[in-house]
Design a protein around this ligand. Structure first.
Ligand code: 0GY
Length: 301
């Protein structure tokens, strides 16, 4: 089947630089996706965007180029609850990838078992309205109860402004809860202002809540190096990520978000994203926890 990518869709950057920051051995890119290829794994009819293909081979080449050892491949909304592309990538990773799936209430126990054997360790609940249609919370809670039995966790994706409404649901989840992209703060607001304080409070009061400190390129208003010089790249986002890494060093993860869906004005160089890591995790110990200890504990133990 032929798919035409969404108008204005930016292709991922094919010539990422070699990072100057040397990743510690055993580092995990804990948030990335595969898209298609669509002739093998068609995009879901209910999708809100059509990306360009981004295959497992291309993901694994990026992993090796940047110096990661492993990946966590997160099901993207353009594939709906058809997890075949993600599972195929896991099965070809030689044990070097784990997955986070999207499932519906009708998923069978046999399917969950097969996904577990392939390397799935979590499900993703997406609350970003431009990406998904609403799923009732009782359905999500039922799924959370079932996947808890497999020792899986729940990944949640939402906008900071929606956290008050989602608070009761998140805090009732029976599993580890991993928040995507630092809870998507509005970085024009202060890092110690009420909106981000609510997210910090969620992590402080609920030791089962983790955060990915990923996606400066998605959250930034001031933008990338091309506009401001490398030293100032995404400078508005870094204080938010740094605060979470320093306050909760044992519950943070980092990922590239390759191939960077839905970016409107620029496509980041993944090598330069890696070079920002020491600015959010300034010590070798913080870097080891963020990149090695935490993701390996959550996905490979
Ligand atoms: C991300 C962010 C986005 C997209 C998805 O599943 C998805 O389609 O997660 C986004 O558009 O903000 O984590 O890749």
């Amino acid at each position: 089947m032929e798919f035409t990518k969404t108008p204005g869709w930016l292709d991922w950057y094919t010539g990422p630089s070699k990072p100057r920051f040397q990743l510690p051995p055993g580092s995990v890119d804990a948030h990335c996706h595969v898209f298609g290829p669509s002739d093998q794994f068609p995009y879901a009819p209910e999708r809100k965007y059509t990306p360009c293909d981004a295959s497992k081979q291309q993901l694994f080449a990026l992993r090796d180029h940047l110096g990661f050892e492993k990946n966590v491949i997160v099901q993207a909304t353009c594939h709906g609850s058809d997890n075949r592309a993600m599972l195929d990538a896991l099965q070809h990773s030689e044990g070097r990838a784990r997955g986070v799936a999207t499932v519906r209430r009708d998923v069978s126990d046999e399917d969950l078992q097969a996904m577990h054997l392939a390397g799935v360790r979590g499900v993703r609940f997406n609350f970003v309205k431009r990406l998904v249609d609403f799923t009732p919370k009782d359905e999500l809670m039922e799924i959370a109860g079932r996947i808890a039995k497999w020792g899986w966790h729940v990944v949640v994706y939402f906008e900071a402004v929606d956290l008050p409404e989602l608070w009761d649901f998140f805090t009732a989840l029976p599993t580890t809860v991993v928040v995507d992209h630092t809870g998507r703060p509005d970085v024009r607001k202060p890092v110690d202002g009420p909106e981000f304080e609510l997210f910090v409070k969620l992590m402080r009061e609920h030791p089962n809540v983790w955060s990915k400190v990923s996606c400066p390129e998605r959250l930034s208003v001031t933008g990338p190096w091309a506009l401001h010089g490398e030293q100032n790249a995404y400078q508005d986002v870094l204080p938010f990520a740094r605060r979470i890494v320093q306050a909760f060093p044992d519950r943070v993860l980092w990922g590239t978000d390759w191939p960077h869906p839905n970016l409107k004005d620029h496509m980041p160089d993944d090598g330069l994203l890696v070079d920002l890591i020491p600015r959010i995790a300034p010590t070798a110990e913080l870097q080891r926890k963020l990149l090695v200890d935490n993701p390996n504990r959550l996905y490979w133990s």
